[in-house]
Write a protein that binds this ligand. Sequence first.
Ligand code: MRU
Length: 348
Amino acid sequence: MINTIEWKDDIVRMIDQTVLPEREVYIECTDYNQVADAIRTMIIRGAPAIGVAAAMGIALGTMASQADNIQNFSQDFDEVCRVIGETRPTAVNLFWAIGQMRAIIQKYNSLPINQLKDKLKQRALEIREQDIAINRNIGQHGRQFIKDGDCILTHCNAGALATAGYGTALGVVRAAHEAGKRLSVLADETRPFLQGARLTAWELMHDGIDVTLITDNMAGYFMQQGKVNLVVVGADRIAGNGDVANKIGTYSVAVLAKEHNIPFYVAAPVSTLDLSLSSGDEIPIEQRTSDEVTHVQGKSIAPKGVKAAHPAFDVTPARYVTAIITERGVARPAYVDSLKALAGEDIN
Ligand code: MRU
């Protein structure tokens, strides 16, 4: 199994996703600032994986605190959360994880500081373990949508590398594959960061799942040819009305799918729901450096000095989404009610 992120001897170890697939390199973080840098620079990326990294970063940061009373310890905790919280704005799992760690401080604030540090570490490790179990459940709920012989189109990487393991969208694919269904995947390369080409193709090949890489502008061609049976993607944040923020280009795929009567599924854990937002218009969209557009793997592909834009995510309106697959079951339109029912008490 691909080991995206783990805690070992009080070190956070993660696979460096910026150099895959050419090199399989692991980086080790001993300090929370290194974890924050790893999230910011996309050494680790994908909403659930960012959440796990944030929790582990907070555990590392608070372990190093010299505070000997709860007031000073809480101040150190707040500073660590501030740094981690400023790394990437769109994936709500980051803020969910900060909330989970804050709840530990609140619950155990009367414990001696050393025991409180242990509780924070335990919660971070638990978030990692739970994420893998959650993804397996997403797979179980989602595999019904894949029929024997289907071809699934996916965008970006919502796989083991984007989570603690197994994946959300690719978890659905894996569960169907494990159930013995014959299937194939069309992976959008996902310009500009190439998560589809570098990561999705790599991890599906690693598992022996039939994958064909296409450039983003080929999706319509394959749909028109009748080659795509369904689309499954992940999500970075889902608003209360079912609008879905995911990697830039997801919206275009959803519009194409609707035109061709192809079902469009979103697979995500409940921690990706942000029911505090009534629509996707309120989701903050990360703007990344234009260098990622003008350069590919460090090589310039555009005239020097050209302006380039780089919104890293877009919002797919709920009307394009056939269903949202979570670990607790499948939400269908109207999402305002179905998502609320799935979230229960755990509302972001
Ligand atoms: O910029 P990234 O690579 O972090 O974006 C990742 C995505 O958009 C994924 O599809 C999403 O986080 C879901 S991952 C299970």
